[in-house]
Design a protein around this ligand. Structure first.
Ligand code: SAH
Length: 259
């Protein structure tokens, strides 16, 4: 950053921080030592170190009550594996004592798929409490009794909710004010307009006989923008027909009212 804009930038960051509470993720896990992990480096890590967001990883086992500190038991009705106990998890959630306006999430392959708009909504709020499952999952009564919203990071099964929660937190943190270097870089990327991002290029101008598309070197901003839009649309149509038809059906009612 240029030195002459730095003081103004710092003042702006301060005003943002004073005007809103710091975005906070409270994670309930059996493996608190996994945090911050990858969230402690690069963009998210720098922002964490400079106080732009806060992370609290709480050990579920601290809420166990028996002398073996057990957190799980065999599934009612039989079957393989272990299930996280409702009473222990409820005590862990209650001990975290979070304000009622914070979302309470459970990472779960059965959950609502996480999307960029869901991420943007979470990033705009005070920050969630996130329960990380392990083993076969958690007792259903806990989900109902503590009103947890189940969130999935994709149609595959991880061995625990921790990596899933890190994906969610990372996606939120990069949208927080002051975290990304250039303010614009969040607005123009994959999913923000219901499209995948256009291809990116940088120097060298030629790589193994492949040139950068000439339009990008033309300096004609309008033509560059039109090319990028066309590429984004073609990519989305080819790779993600689901996104493409969702975008088309969003457009349709608007066009009808316009005309
Ligand atoms: N038996 C469960 C899977 C348990 S996997 C089932 O079939 O649905 C153990 C834990 O990993 C889950 O409780 C959840 O917290 C986490 N997890 C696994 N896959 C996930 C995904 N795709 N999205 C979010 N969390 C996931």
């Amino acid at each position: 950053m240029e030195t002459r804009v730095k003081p103004a930038y710092d003042a702006w960051i301060n005003s943002v921080m004073v005007s809103r509470m710091i975005w906070r993720a409270t994670v309930l896990t059996l493996f608190p030592e996994m945090f911050p992990g990858p969230l402690g480096v690069s963009l998210a890590g720098k922002a964490l170190a400079s106080g732009l967001w806060a992370l609290e990883a709480r050990d579920i086992r601290d809420s166990a009550t028996d002398r073996h500190r057990s957190v799980d038991d065999t599934p009612a009705g039989g079957g393989p594996g272990m299930v996280l106990r409702a009473d222990v998890l409820a005590a862990a959630i209650d001990a975290a004592d979070i304000s009622p306006d914070r979302p309470r999430l459970l990472m779960s392959p059965r959950g609502r798929p996480l999307t960029q708009s869901g991420v943007a909504e979470l990033a705009a709020g005070p920050g969630p409490l996130i329960v990380c499952g392990r083993f076969e999952g958690v007792d259903q009564r806990l989900i109902e009794a503590r009103n947890l919203e189940e969130v999935s990071v994709g149609d595959y099964v991880l061995s625990g909710g921790e990596i899933a929660s890190m994906a969610l937190i990372d996606a939120c943190v990069r949208l927080l004010p002051g975290v990304m270097g250039k303010l614009a870089s969040g607005a123009d990327e994959s999913f923000s307009e219901g499209l995948l991002e256009y291809p990116q290029y940088t120097r060298p101008q030629e790589f193994e006989g492949r040139a950068i598309p000439e339009i990008l070197l033309s300096g004609d901003h309008a033509r560059v923008a039109a090319w990028r839009q066309a590429e984004a649309e073609a990519l989305t149509r080819a790779r993600r027909p689901d996104l493409w038809s969702a975008k088309a059906s969003q457009k349709r009612p608007k066009n009808t009212t316009d005309g």
